[in-house]
Design a binder for this molecule. Structure first.
Ligand code: GUN
Length: 282
């Protein structure tokens, strides 16, 4: 599955929506917040900014020191919430350990919450009425749609229970009538859970803890690899290359889910711009 090419289709559509918004006097604008010096996070944020520039979305990055406090961050989020020019707010995760991640993400104004991390938007997602969908899960669903993979009636196993991927993805797939199993570090029989999957989504990103091998994959399964790790300087996913022989469809790393996540962020930013400005866009 070619995430890059599907993402560029989404991006083209976003580009034309940006033009429509600009004709109406609205410049979509995304503010990102990056705390500390995690290199991978800095790279992700840079990629997001580059993608925004390419479609004409304005951006600002608030890169803050590692020792920034929860209270200081709350002050910044309050300012961004009130700033009429800012349509989307993205706080890059993970935050340093001393910062209360829940307090910060739940502070974001829901109409600017382009990551779908606020309790309000997660509630809308649970009711299947969310306008701003979580980027990685939405990217996965979009990719499946493009390849005409219908999760209805299928057994989906997700190896991840995070608020960014596993939990919201399970919600979205339930709405599409899949039967969903979530696995995590304490799951006793993870190999069997993986083997039972018609669609297998794995998002661990640490090869020392988890590698998906061919014997864990049902013949003909769809494998969506969200993991990113670096081995000998090379980017790799959770899945061993031997999995390709078993899977009917598989996403590569890089060039699979990653570009889709960024494309969905762009889409959410224009949706948020329209929402905040009271404009209708398709
Ligand atoms: N860290 C890794 N992926 C993401 C993402 O999609 N959004 C945010 N905010 N942080 C992340």
């Amino acid at each position: 599955m070619d995430g890059k090419s599907v993402a560029s289709k989404v991006t083209e559509h976003v580009s034309s929506t940006v033009k429509t918004l600009k004709e109406k006097g609205v410049e979509p604008y995304l503010a990102t917040v990056l705390v500390g010096n995690d290199e991978a996070s800095a790279t992700y944020v840079r990629n997001k900014h580059r993608a925004c520039e390419q479609v004409g979305i304005g951006t600002i990055n608030h890169h803050l020191p590692e020792d920034y406090s929860t209270n200081q961050l709350i002050e910044l989020i309050t300012i961004l919430n009130e700033d009429r020019r800012v349509h989307g707010i993205l706080v890059q995760l993970p935050l340093p350990r001393h910062i209360n991640e829940f307090l910060i993400t739940s502070m974001i104004k829901p109409s600017k919450d382009v990551d779908c991390l606020t309790p309000f938007n997660i509630g809308l997602l649970a009711y299947d009425v969310a306008k701003l969908l979580p980027c990685t899960p939405a990217g996965i669903v979009e990719l499946m749609k493009h390849y005409r993979i219908d999760p209805a009636g299928k057994h989906v196993t997700i190896v991840n229970r995070s608020v960014l991927v596993g939990k919201p993805l399970s919600t979205m797939l339930l709405h599409l009538d899949a039967t969903v199993t979530i696995c995590h570090s304490k799951t006793a029989n993870i190999r069997e859970m993986c083997r039972e999957a018609d669609i297998l989504v794995t998002a661990v990103g640490d090869r020392s803890r988890f590698v998906l091998t061919a014997d864990m994959v049902k013949d003909g399964a769809v494998v969506i690899d969200v993991g990113i790790d670096r081995v000998n300087g090379r980017l790799v996913g959770d899945a061993d290359s031997s999995v390709m022989e078993k899977a009917s469809y598989m996403t590569p790393v890089p060039g699979g889910v990653g570009p889709m996540t960024v494309a969905m962020l762009l889409r959410n930013t224009v949706i948020a711009a329209a929402l905040n400005e009271g404009i209708d866009v398709d």
